[in-house]
Each structure stands twice: as structure tokens, then as C-alpha cells.
Write a protein that binds this ligand. Sequence first.
Ligand code: DIG
Ligand code: MN
Ligand code: MN
Length: 388
Amino acid sequence: MSSYDPQPEHKFTFGLWTVGNIGRDPFGEPTRAPLSPVQILHLLAEVGAYGVNFHDNDLVPIDATPAERDRIVKEFRQALDDTGIVVPMATTNLFTDPAFKDGAFTSNDSHVRAYALQKTMHSLDLGAELGAQVYVFWGGREGTETDASKDPLAAMQRFRDAINFLCEYSIDQGYDYRFALEPKPNEPRSDIYLPTVGSMLGFIATLDHPDMVGLNPEVAHEHMGGLNFMHAIAQAWDAGKLFHIDLNDQKFGRYDQDFRFGAEMIKQAFFVVKFLEDVGYTGSRHFDAHAYRSANVEDVKAFARGCMRTYLILKEKARRFNQDPEIQSLLANINADDGAFDFLSSGYSRANADRLAATTFERPALGQRDLPYEQLDQLTVELLLGVH
Ligand code: DIG
Ligand code: MN
Ligand code: MN
């Protein structure tokens, strides 16, 4: 067994919609036969995944009768028992059905907003029934093509009202859900409200139950906004709000490609894995990604194995980085400090302010400090390339 084989303790998860992706895109029909949820479970067990996530309608078709729903859930639960796969996260599809063409929670139509709430309540019930403890909200249709159509303040208030209502529902039902909001700047709407981790953090502070609500950041979504994903998850972590994470990859400046984790931007992926492992993140490592449209089912398995193997390879690289004498020596020099301003670590006081105000700085000397970042980054790159 290589050290890059996935184990349950790694908490690698995939959505039904990821390895179940049939290859349809806006310009082409499906290239793969659909897999049933039970078939997907067996595929995930074969590749060594820990868990599976789903949108309500990935599992139960939107027009299923209650009897069909119960049969499907019963079969799925049996397959969970048979494979040992668990369900850490669930979410609602509030973006496929035409009813949501102008949003779900933020729709201008109060009937659509009410239906979206009801659909989410049923989906919360389904997720809880199967053991999910994180519930993701990705507002794929919560946005506009023309801002003539919607008051952003009204839209934000509607979204706030919906999350507040659903927090109360979860509490009322006795569920111990943590809600994880997933930002994305655009696609499928021309602009999506609350587009980044930062904007979501600001929004969470305005909720009635902010303690229940955190983030599900996705690599591709922050990259679509031209942002540094590791910085984004660091801010979420700093706020105690990194409840879940969607790992994938893409070329910069593209639509949401949802590529295999580490398929494109290895150094960014390395710093994401290093951060998660350095801080001791204990949540799911969820791969919200799918195989190339050109892949057959065997290549879909290679896609899933690749996501997990690359994570584990980069985890090993992070361990090596943290133990590398040259790298750590450079970091020690870069961060060396003479303690002259340790007094400021106690924050503001009149005495500290007076002492600082009386300090004479040799400003030219401040610009002379050696910062061997080229050496440091080259060592990092060589570590990643396997020659250091
Ligand atoms: C898209 O990135 C979204 C949907 O796939 C899903 O609602 C969410 C959960 O990972 N990510
Ligand atoms: Mn995505
Ligand atoms: Mn996602």
C-alpha cells in the first residue's frame, strides 16, 4: 500500500454529481451513460472515498412520489451500509429547474421564494435522515443579468430571511446542522450575489444565528474572481467559519472548469493543502469536480483517484517543507526579531503609545533587510518538482 492510497481518516468525499457527471456541457450532449446513486456509491468505494454528498434531486428525482422517494432512500441507505460510505454533507438543487430561472431565495416572485424554502426544508429532512451534518447553500441562480431587474438590498434581505428561516427550521427539527454558504462570482448568472468568501463572511455577521453559519469555499470560484484561494480559506478559518471545502482546479480566467484537484495550478494547490494540514482542518476534503467530457467510466475512476492521490502527495510535500533544513533556516532568518517592539504585542496603552511616539526610526535601514524570497520560492518549486 503506497502512502498515497486514500484512507477513511483522510475524509475524501465526492458529490453524486461529480463522478456521476455524464459529460453534458453547454455545447454538447452527454458522452457517458448515467450511473444510479447506488452504482456511484460502489464506484466511490472502489476508488477508496470516505463519503458521498448529494443535492436532493441527485438522489430523489424532483417529480418522485413519496413512495418512490422512500424506496430510493431505502436502497441508497442499504448501499451505504454495504459500502461503508458515509454522508457528511447534503445540499439543495435550487438551480436546475426553470422555476429558479430568476433565482430561488432572491427571486422577484414570492411563490418561487416560498417553494425554494419548502424544497430546502424537505432536503434538510432528507440529508438529516442520511446523517449529513453540514448543509451547503450554493446560490447559483441568486443573481442578475441586468441590475434593472432587482434591488440588491431586497435580494440580500430575501436571502437573509431565507437562511434565518431555515436556521430556525433546523433548530426546530432538532437537527445539528452547520450551514455552509458557497460563494461564486458568476455562472450561471451573469453576476451572482455575495460572490466571494469575504463577502459571505460579511453577510453571515448580519444573520440571526451567525454561529450556525459558515463557508464552503471552492477553489475554482475564488480563482474565477482572480483571488488567492488559500488567503480566502485562511480568512474563513480565522473567523472560525471554514465548515467545509470544495477542492478542484482550473486555468485562471476561465469559466468554472471544475477540473481534477491539482490538474492545473500545482503551487496554489500545494499551499491550500499545506494550510489545511498546518492548521489541523478536520472537515471533509470534498472534491467538487468532474472528469473531462472525453473520459469513459474507467477514466472517471482515474479522475477520482487522481484528486485524492494529488492531495496526499501535496500533504507529503507540505510535511517535507516543514521539515526541510534549508527552507526552515531561510524562514527563521526572514522572521528573526530582536524583540525591541515586543511591548506592542500587549496592544494599546498610553504608555505604549508614548513609548512608540518617542521612538526614532532609521527609515533607510528599514528598507535594507535581506528577504531571500527567490531562494525560498525556488526551493519550494524544487521540492514540488521532486528534485529537493
Ligand atoms: C457548485 O460549485 C456547487 C454545487 O455543485 C453544489 O451545490 C455545491 C456543493 O459542493 N457546489
Ligand atoms: Mn464549481
Ligand atoms: Mn462547489
